[in-house]
Write a new protein. Structure first.
Length: 150
């Protein structure tokens, strides 16, 4: 079926992006399990400022350990690598590590630290943008990126 054919340079399908995000999410959860077991669910339900700062730093660290090599060299996370898609600038060139992490990922990580409103924007509004005509999430608009087939 020609409908299933992926053409390099065309925007990635919403389904491919979703599967890539699920893969990245599951890997991220697995990376956090030891921390959650050590800290305990009770402490996570009412985190203090120190714990929130630690979890943020650990999140940044784990993202870099898991994805930095692929982001730097190929414009991909592990999930995007598995789905043969990558993050690109709007002109179709591979996005730089600076663009991918500091313009695209970090703002959403920081926004998710803001109780209620920030978490709603990062968790619901951000991915909802993918249903627009150009298939770009809010973080893609902020960073001037798109996700395309390779």
């Amino acid at each position: 079926h020609n409908a299933d054919l992926k053409i390099a340079g065309e925007k990635a399908s919403r389904g491919d992006r979703l599967v890539a995000a699920i893969i990245d999410g599951l890997i991220g959860i697995a990376f956090f399990i030891p921390v959650i077991m050590y800290i305990g669910f009770d402490n996570l339900s009412q985190p203090n400022l120190g714990l929130s700062a630690f979890l943020f730093v650990y999140g940044v660290f784990s993202t870099l350990v898991l994805h930095a090599y692929l982001m730097y060299h190929y414009g991909q996370t592990i999930g995007k690598y598995c789905m043969s898609i990558r993050i690109e600038n709007l002109d179709g060139t591979k996005a730089s590590f600076i663009t991918i992490y500091f313009k695209r990922m970090l703002p959403m990580q920081l926004l998710s630290l803001v109780p209620s409103v920030g978490q709603f924007i990062a968790g619901f509004v951000n991915p909802s943008f993918i249903f627009g005509k150009d298939k770009r999430c809010l973080h893609d608009h902020l960073a001037g990126t798109k996700v395309s087939n390779i």
